[in-house]
Design a protein around this ligand. Structure first.
Ligand code: SAM
Length: 282
C-alpha cells in the first residue's frame, strides 16, 4: 500500500469556472451563478474598503456622470444585496439625476452586475452612467463607505430570510443595523424600502422598523405615490421569480424621521431615574 499522500481532486463547481464575457458585452447569467446563501457574519475577508468614507473615490464608479450634487460625487441610493442587479439598473432610468449603487457580497454575482452595467452603457450611450456596483458585506462595512445623512433611499429586496431562530442575527434588518441605516439616511427625506415573499420576515421588518424611534411607516397613499415602490415590486430578479411562482410579495416602506431629543421620553439624562428603568430595582 502506498503511503504517498495524493490530494483528491474535487469536481469543479460554478464558482471555479473562469468567466468568459469580454468587457462591453452583455454577460450571461448562467456563467455567474454562485452559492445562493452565505453567512454574512463569517464572511469578512477579501473586501476592499477605506478606513474612512472621506477616502472613498467614487469617480471610478460614475466616470461620466455629470450631475454631481453639491456634496460631490457619491452614492445617494443603495440597492443592498442587489443580486443580479435588476433593480439597480431600473433605478438608473427611474431616478436619472441620482447616483445608484448596488451592493452585493458574492464576488461572481457582483462581477455579473458590473459587466451588465458596462454593456448597458455601451448599448445606450449617455445612459446608466449614474449606476454602479460594489462588492461588500454591508453588515460590516457601511460605516467605512458612507457619510452621515448622505443617503436618500436604501432598498432591501428579498433579503435572505435566515429562517432558524439561531440565525436571526444574520438578518440584514435588525435593531442594531437600523440605527446604522438611520445614521446614513437624510432626515425627513430618507426612505428605507423592504420587500419579501416570506410573511414572517415581513412581520419582522415591520416590527423592528416600527419600534425604532427614527423610522415611521409610510401610509398607503404615500406608498402609492412613490414610483420606486412599483419598481421594487416588479424589477428585481427574485420578484420576477416570485411572480412566476404565483406567490405573495409583502412590502413596507419607512421614512427616516427627524430626531428631536426633547420629544423622547427616555434620554441619557433621565435614564437612571425614569421609573420604567429604575436602576435601584432589586
Ligand atoms: N435583491 C435581489 C433580488 O431581489 O433579485 C437579490 C435577492 S437575493 C435573495 C439576496 C442577496 O443579498 C444575495 O445576492 C446575497 O448574496 C446578498 N447578500 C446577503 N447578505 C449580504 C450582505 N451582508 N451584504 C451584501 N449583500 C448581501
Amino acid at each position: 500500500m502506498s503511503t504517498e499522500h495524493s490530494e483528491k481532486k474535487r469536481p469543479l463547481t460554478p464558482e471555479d469556472r473562469p468567466t468568459i464575457t469580454p468587457e462591453g458585452e452583455m454577460p450571461q447569467k448562467k456563467f455567474y451563478r454562485s452559492r445562493a446563501h452565505c453567512n454574512p457574519l463569517s464572511h469578512n475577508d477579501h473586501f476592499d474598503y477605506p478606513f474612512h468614507p472621506d477616502k472613498m473615490d467614487w469617480s471610478t464608479h460614475y466616470p461620466e456622470f455629470k450631475n454631481k450634487g453639491s456634496d460631490g460625487l457619491r452614492p445617494e441610493v443603495l440597492d443592498i444585496g442587489c443580486g443580479f442587479g435588476g433593480l439597480t439598473i431600473a433605478l438608473a432610468t427611474l431616478l436619472p439625476t441620482k447616483t445608484i449603487l448596488g451592493l452585493e457580497i458574492r464576488a461572481k454575482v457582483t462581477e455579473y452586475v458590473r459587466l451588465r452595467i458596462v454593456a448597458s452603457r455601451k448599448e445606450h450611450p449617455g445612459q446608466y452612467q449614474n449606476c454602479s456596483v460594489l462588492r461588500s458585506n454591508t453588515m460590516k462595512y457601511m460605516p467605512n463607505l458612507f457619510q452621515k445623512s448622505s443617503l436618500e433611499k436604501i432598498f432591501f429586496c428579498f433579503p435572505d430570510p435566515h429562517f432558524k431562530k439561531k440565525n436571526h442575527p444574520r438578518r440584514i434588518v435588525s435593531e442594531r443595523l437600523l440605527s446604522e441605516y438611520a445614521y446614513f439616511l437624510k432626515p425627513k427625506i430618507g426612505r428605507l424600502y423592504t420587500i419579501t415573499d416570506v410573511e414572517e420576515l415581513h412581520n419582522w421588518h415591520v416590527k423592528h422598523c416600527t419600534n425604532h424611534p427614527l423610522f415611521r411607516a409610510l401610509t398607503k397613499e404615500e406608498m402609492d405615490n412613490d414610483p420606486c415602490v412599483k419598481a421594487m415590486y416588479s424589477e428585481t430578479e427574485e420578484g420576477k421569480k416570485v411572480e412566476r411562482a404565483g406567490s405573495n410579495k409583502y412590502m413596507a416602506v419607512f421614512e427616516r424621521i427627524d430626531f428631536n431629543p426633547s420629544q423622547m421620553s427616555l434620554t441619557a439624562e433621565n435614564f437612571f431615574t425614569d421609573e420604567k428603568f429604575d436602576a435601584n430595582e432589586k
